[in-house]
Write a protein that binds this ligand. Structure first.
Ligand code: HPA
Length: 265
């Protein structure tokens, strides 16, 4: 196994492209609750388990499929990851972004990241609503880059791609996504802090992958599915099954949204 994460991503990309398409245009990462939406994208031409690719970990969470699919959407070669690697599984940041770096090494220039998130603005958000991420607060304490890579993060989440998504669905709202490492959900005090800091959504993924994509100059679109009201903002307690159920309920709409956005890229 190589120590250099970029080398490892290149060898995973070589294996992936030898077994699927020669080159990919778009990566879609399907997070918790989004796996059912992947089926609405169309029939995959190829499917492999993450464990068949160098450097990939099998995902630990129920609702994360652990598979890579290759399919055509419009004139694009699309790579779909059913599930992702998280910091809370005990993996370092370089492992968390390995899938994205593999996709980039396979030619991807557009990265679409999806996740499940708690909603910090129940006044305006509702469960099952997709929200475009406009910016993030990386509160994980981790970063996939090391050394003197002083990467500009002024526009991590492409304004152009958000515009395309809104052209498909004008009802889409935007919000700032805060990421904690997890795996615990937040305390009510942490949620009050995040609201004060200007966050609209809270989750445990996405930000490191977005940074890795921007390092390579790819464009990023990220969409949160609001699966629950964040801790302490309602009387309800938080439950992973509720997160997955909100995803299943929204799957048709989410799959259609992704298919139309990707076809229009
Ligand atoms: N907090 C953190 N991550 C989440 C949540 C939440 O409320 N909902 C879905 N993922």
């Amino acid at each position: 196994m190589q120590n250099n994460p970029y080398e490892l991503a290149r060898s995973a990309a070589a294996e992936l492209t030898a077994r699927t398409y020669e080159k990919f245009d778009v990566l879609l990462v399907m997070g918790s609750g989004w796996v059912p939406a992947a089926d609405a994208l169309g029939e995959p031409e190829h499917e492999l388990a993450f464990t068949e690719l160098p450097g990939f970990a099998a995902p630990a969470v129920e609702g994360h499929g652990g598979k890579a699919r290759a399919l055509r959407v419009g004139d694009k070669n699309v790579l779909v990851f059913l599930g992702r690697t998280h910091l809370y599984e005990g993996h370092p940041a370089t492992d968390v972004v390995h899938g994205v770096r593999t996709a980039l090494a396979a030619g991807v220039r557009t990265v679409v990241l999806t996740n499940a998130a708690g909603g910090l603005r129940p006044e305006t958000q509702h469960i099952g609503e997709p929200i475009l991420i406009s910016d993030h607060l990386n509160l994980t304490g981790a970063n996939p880059l090391t050394g003197t890579t002083f990467l500009d993060l002024t526009e991590v989440y492409s304004r152009r791609l958000r515009g395309l998504a809104k052209a498909v669905d004008p009802s889409l709202a935007e919000g700032v996504y805060a990421a904690f490492r997890g795996p615990t959900y937040e305390t009510p005090a942490e949620i009050r802090m995040l609201r004060t800091l200007g966050a609209d959504l809270i989750g445990m993924s996405t930000v490191l992958e977005a940074i890795a994509a921007r390092e390579a100059g790819a464009e990023v679109l990220a969409i949160s599915l609001v699966t629950n009201v964040a801790a302490g903002l309602s009387d309800a307690l938080l439950d992973h099954e509720e997160v997955l159920e909100a995803g299943r309920a929204a799957a048709g709409r989410m799959g259609e949204l992704l298919r139309t956005v990707v076809a229009g890229l």
